[in-house]
Each structure stands twice: as C-alpha cells, then as structure tokens.
Design a protein around this ligand. Structure first.
Ligand SMILES: *[C@@H]1O[C@H](CO)[C@@H](O)[C@H](O)[C@H]1NC(C)=O
Ligand SMILES: *[C@@H]1O[C@H](CO)[C@@H](O)[C@H](O)[C@H]1NC(C)=O
Ligand SMILES: *[C@@H]1O[C@H](CO)[C@@H](O)[C@H](O)[C@H]1NC(C)=O
Ligand SMILES: *[C@@H]1O[C@H](CO)[C@@H](O)[C@H](O)[C@H]1NC(C)=O
Ligand SMILES: [Cu+2]
Length: 395
C-alpha cells in the first residue's frame, strides 16, 4: 500500500493542474474495452490525492475496489460483515416500521422514506453517496474496515450470470434468480408522450435467488405504493411481509445503457453537473431519448427487486445494490475528480421530477440518512477525501 501511495503522489504532482481529458484523446477501441475508463480512474485517483482535508489522509483513506480485485478470502470476510448487518436488531423507534427486524431493514427503510425526494432530483447523486457511506460505516462496525466494493458493469457485458459477482459460489453475492419462463417484457411508461417506450426483455432469472451466501434472505418491507411514496414518506409497506429476494440478471441492461462506452462517454462528454446528472440518471425531462442512463442500466442488469423492473424503493434489499450504486458513484467520482473545483455543484429541485414543484437544491442545503447519519451540508459531501465525513477513493 505504501508503494501505491508513493506512486499516486508522484503522479498527482504532475496532474494536479491538468485539464480534463477529451473524448478525441481516446481511440474507440480503448473506450469500448475499458482501457480508457481505467486510465481516467487513474488520473482521478492521482488528482484526489491533492484534495485531502480534515482528518482524511493517505494513511487512512479507504480504497473502494472492484469485486474481482478483492481476494476470495476478503470477499468471504465482506459477505460475513453483510450478514452481520442483516443479523443485528433494528433500532428504529418501536412501532414506526413494524416490518423492520434488522439493522439491514432499517437501512432499506432509510432509502424508502426518502425515495420521492432523492430520485430525479438535485440530491440524487449525493444522497446515494451518503447512503453508501452509511452502509460502509455499518459494515466497518461488523468487521469490514476496507472500502465498499463496486461492480464494474462493463466487465460483464457478456452476461452478469457469468460474473464472479453472481456465480452463486460462496465468494459471490449469490446467483441468478430461478428461471421463470414465459414472462412478458417490462415496459417503462413515460410521462412525456413524445418519449419512446422502453421495453426491457426478461433476463435469465426472474425467481428467487437459490444459490450462494444470501439464499433464504428475507425481504420484509414493501411493496411500496409509488404514488404514495412520492414525495412523502410512505405510509404503507411498513408491515412485516416476508418473501424471497428476486433477481433477474440481464445483460441487456449493460449492453444498452451501462457498457464501458456508455460510462466513458458520460465522463468525457459532460461539461457540467447538469449534463452529467441528467444523463447518468436518464431524467426523462431533459434526455427524453435516453431515459435510462447508466443508473437505470446498472439496476436493470440485476432486475427484479434489485432493479427498476421490481420495486425501486426497496432495491437496497439486494446485496448487489451497493455494488451497482458503488459503480455509479465511482463514475461520478471520476468525473468530479478530473476537475473538482468546477464540478462541485448540484442541478435540480428537491422533489422527484419536480412533483410537487420545489425550489432548486443548493450546496447550502442539507442531506441526512436517518437515523444513521446526521444532516450535513451538501457542499461537505462533494469531495470524497475532505473528511467531512468522507474518506474514500476508487481504484
Ligand atoms: C396507491 O396510492 C394512491 C394514492 O393514495 C391510490 O390512489 C392508489 O389506489 C394506491 N394503489 C394501490 C395499488 O394501493
Ligand atoms: C451504450 O453503448 C453501446 C455500445 O457499448 C451502444 O450500442 C449504445 O447505443 C450506448 N447507449 C447509449 C444510451 O449511448
Ligand atoms: C475551471 O476552473 C478554473 C479556475 O478554478 C478556471 O480557470 C477554468 O477555466 C475552469 N474550467 C472550466 C472548463 O470551466
Ligand atoms: C433553478 O435552476 C434552473 C436551472 O439552472 C434555472 O433556470 C432557474 O432560474 C432556477 N430557479 C431559481 C428560482 O433560481
Ligand atoms: Cu435510490
């Protein structure tokens, strides 16, 4: 690790003032194969090492790694920590969410209660960053003190069912759901009549996850009535409603929206937070032709409860949610770190698709992840190595 740090610092000295690279600087082959994205991650990392603040420094920064670059021994250790979070009792006030039995349920609820405020809104990227941090902190209390792993979708364009993330062994997050034949395609309805309907063909699963460490995982909260959830805290869905974890691995989600090319172009072609955010999230108001984005693409590669094909409000029930959102945050992080001073802003209002209308979010506004993390100003959450509270980088 010392060697790595020294190398990064050396690079940082040369790169600190460099302008962000442009699309033309990379060959199409490098973009499609992931070579370009890896290089961009390297530059972002070097630049991040010039941005330390607070108590965050090279000696205590957490390295968030791709699942494949974590040893099998450590993957088992990570899975053990996840199970520990799933075993710890709920700490929510008695009766508030009767279905929440474990700390993991509490964390799922933390997403559900804010769902109508933090999707297709100005807080989307940073709420989810803070949310990942919440989980990473609880994993640390359970013995996993390294960075939260992420899943590079581009590596699995041939099919997520072939991925070490989902191969069903004890070093994976479990296999695909049981195959359910003859399912109709899933169609995303759009508000704007001019947008094309997005049709997602069923993937290779569709049923309960029956292999790997999370076999028998009990999904308890939900389903939530989305009409009610947006924009207020949902009233229904809080009861104990035990059922299995459903997955539907689907390479179409990666091919169409979350390939190396899609992630790399997003980074290189977004000049400001408006472009980056609305493209990444596929906000139908601004990019009606591409209403999925890498975010929707990453989710639909998991499908079922893990994806928007299921119940997006409780998508964190799938242990793979965290790796998919880790990848989204990584792409955002790379984009930011290439030019952090100019990329520390927010775009959008405070409600889902601005329903009901709300003021523009500003960096002086606050975000929380109740009851786990206190309200913090959005501007404090911009820099992942500012120590306020973040102290992580992606490698
Ligand atoms: C969801 O909530 C809305 C608004 O309260 C209501 O009109 C609708 O009937 C509910 N749907 C279901 C399936 O309960
Ligand atoms: C995503 O990339 C693939 C190639 O990997 C391309 O065919 C597809 O059109 C891209 N999608 C978007 C939304 O740009
Ligand atoms: C980024 O910010 C610097 C000053 O911090 C400025 O000189 C530069 O022109 C900005 N670049 C862009 C692309 O806005
Ligand atoms: C909110 O942001 C939009 C887009 O940047 C801008 O056009 C609009 O004027 C802002 N509204 C207010 C009230 O500042
Ligand atoms: Cu979410």
């Amino acid at each position: 690790m010392k060697l790595l740090t020294g190398y990064i610092l050396l690079q940082a000295a040369g790169l600190a003032a460099a302008l962000p690279p442009k699309l033309e600087e990379f060959k199409q082959k490098a973009i499609n194969s992931g070579v370009a994205l890896k290089a961009l991650n390297g530059i972002a990392l070097a630049k991040a090492f010039t941005k330390f603040g607070g108590t965050c420094r090279p000696s205590n920064v957490k390295y968030r790694r791709e699942w494949r670059s974590i040893s099998k021994h450590d993957r088992r250790k990570f899975i053990k920590a996840v199970k520990c979070v799933m075993t710890k009792p709920s700490t929510l006030p008695f009766g508030e969410v009767p279905g929440a039995k474990s700390l993991y349920d509490d964390i799922v609820w933390a997403h559900a209660r804010r769902s109508g405020l933090v999707h297709n809104s100005g807080t989307f990227l940073l709420f989810h960053r803070y949310y990942l941090y919440t989980y990473e902190s609880e994993l640390a209390n359970c013995g996993w003190t390294s960075g939260l792993p992420y899943w590079e979708w581009g590596l699995d364009i041939a099919g997520p069912h072939l991925s070490p993330v989902f191969d069903g062994t004890d070093t994976s997050l479990g296999g695909d759901g049981e195959f359910v034949p003859n399912r109709p395609p899933f169609t995303i309805p759009f508000i704007d009549p001019l947008t094309p309907e997005i049709v997602i063909q069923p993937g290779t699963g569709g049923g309960c996850v029956k292999t790997g460490p999370f076999t028998g995982l009990e999904v308890r909260l939900g389903p939530f009535n989305i009409t009610e959830t947006f924009p207020v805290e949902p009233k229904d869905g809080r009861e104990y409603n035990p059922r299995c974890l459903i997955r539907d691995l689907n390479k179409g989600g990666i091919e169409r929206w979350a390939s190396f090319r899609n992630s790399t172009e997003l980074i290189l072609e977004s000049d400001d937070i408006f472009e980056f955010h609305v493209t990444a999230e596929g906000d139908p108001r601004w990019v009606p032709q591409q209403p999925m984005g890498i975010h929707g693409g990453g989710h639909s590669a998991i499908g079922g409860i893990g994806g928007h094909a299921g119940d997006p409000v409780i998508s964190p029930y799938d242990p793979a949610f965290w790796l998919t959102h880790g990848q989204l945050d990584r792409i955002y992080w790379i984009w930011q770190m290439l030019d952090l001073p100019n990329r520390s802003d927010v775009f959008g209002t405070g409600t889902w698709l601005n329903i009901p209308p709300s003021p523009n979010v500003t960096v002086e506004d606050t975000l929380d992840v109740l009851p786990h993390q206190p309200a913090r100003k959005i501007k404090e959450l911009m820099n992942s190595v500012a120590g306020s509270p973040f102290c992580f980088v992606y490698v």
